[in-house]
Design a binder for this molecule. Structure first.
Ligand SMILES: Nc1ncnc2c1ncn2[C@@H]1O[C@H](COP(=O)(O)OP(=O)(O)OP(=O)(O)O)[C@@H](O)[C@H]1O
Ligand SMILES: [Mg+2]
Length: 281
């Protein structure tokens, strides 16, 4: 009986959060690095399904860096990272799109639907959801910069009770394909929709300092300092840029969380103690 009471108490403790978050938009970036373990993936899917069932409007944007690497290796196609971004030539672009849009997007969508959520998988090409141009005049090949998010399409899907699962591929007026860093894709979507929160699930505890200790809160000047001193590097660079862009454009908080921790999303949203790094303006 005592155990059952405890269970009831745990459920009831979520009540204020459920009230607060009802009908609010949450953009969750599911990093490629956090997708490797099947049990963790299953917990993540359940967390998203639960968020939807308690009335949150959820958009999932996924990465796929590790899987893309493995397919590029199999096909003997070289690609390198500059400034945390994958330099993407035409050959690599085809693989990037196949893995993100064809493989990962459909897998996540099917798993969500299997677990009681209603999800629809799209890429930025569907209904011209994401329009882009080449980033930095082609410095990174077919890496694009999003210029336009079709919020009407996303809002329409949300209003119809669907979770948009977005593969970070964008297009332009000539129907070209652009590889968009998934963090920056999530931030453009969260900013355009003025989301309540944006959450980046990755494969570290959050942002770590020089001594590899977790930093729980950061603002813009602290981030610039960490970038300038090289403490923030690689894939964490577009992530902090993305998080900052969100909070500057009206998203309440941006969180970088450990996707290797079971149910980190629920712990962050439905308990008082934050677990990763929160970025504020
Ligand atoms: N200061 C830092 N704190 C934490 N991680 C850092 C830091 N600087 C660099 N990193 C690196 O950033 C990585 C996370 O970015 P990465 O792009 O690899 O993953 P992801 O964005 O979750 O996945 P994907 O790019 O496939 O969506 C960490 O694994 C870590 O190696
Ligand atoms: Mg990344």
């Amino acid at each position: 009986m005592k155990d059952k009471l405890q269970t009831a108490q745990v459920i009831i403790s979520a009540l204020p959060y459920i009230q607060k978050f009802r009908d609010k938009i949450f953009v969750v970036k599911y990093g490629g690095s956090a997708q490797l373990d099947e049990n963790l993936k299953s917990d993540f899917i359940k967390d998203i399904a639960l968020l939807q069932l308690v009335g949150c409007k959820v958009i999932v944007v996924h990465g796929g860096g590790k899987k893309i690497n493995s397919y590029l290796d199999k096909l003997n196609i070289k690609s390198e990272f500059v400034d945390g971004l994958r330099v993407t030539d035409k050959e690599a672009m085809e693989v990037v799109e196949m893995v993100l849009s064809g493989n990962i997007n459909k897998e996540l969508t099917a798993l969500l639907n299997k677990n009681g959520a209603r999800a629809i998988g799209v890429s930025g090409k569907d209904a011209n959801l994401l329009k882009a141009k080449t980033l930095n005049n082609g410095k990174y090949g077919f890496v694009g910069e999003i210029e336009y998010v079709n919020t009407a399409v996303l809002n329409g899907l949300l209003q119809n009770g669907l979770i948009p699962v977005v593969a970070p591929i964008a297009t332009d007026d000539e129907a070209n394909s652009y590889n968009i860093n998934a963090d920056l894709c999530a931030s453009k979507i969260a900013s355009a929709l003025k989301a309540e929160r944006v959450i980046f699930l990755t494969d570290t505890q959050g942002i770590l300092d020089n001594d590899k200790k977790l930093i729980s809160k950061l603002n813009e000047s602290q981030i610039n300092e960490l970038k300038n001193t090289g403490v923030i590097s690689g894939g964490m660079m577009p992530k902090v840029d993305a998080a900052l862009e969100c909070v500057k454009s009206g998203v309440k908080n941006a969180h970088i969380l450990d996707g290797r921790l079971s149910h980190s999303l629920l712990l962050e949203l439905f308990t008082d103690d934050g677990i990763g790094t929160m970025i504020r303006q």
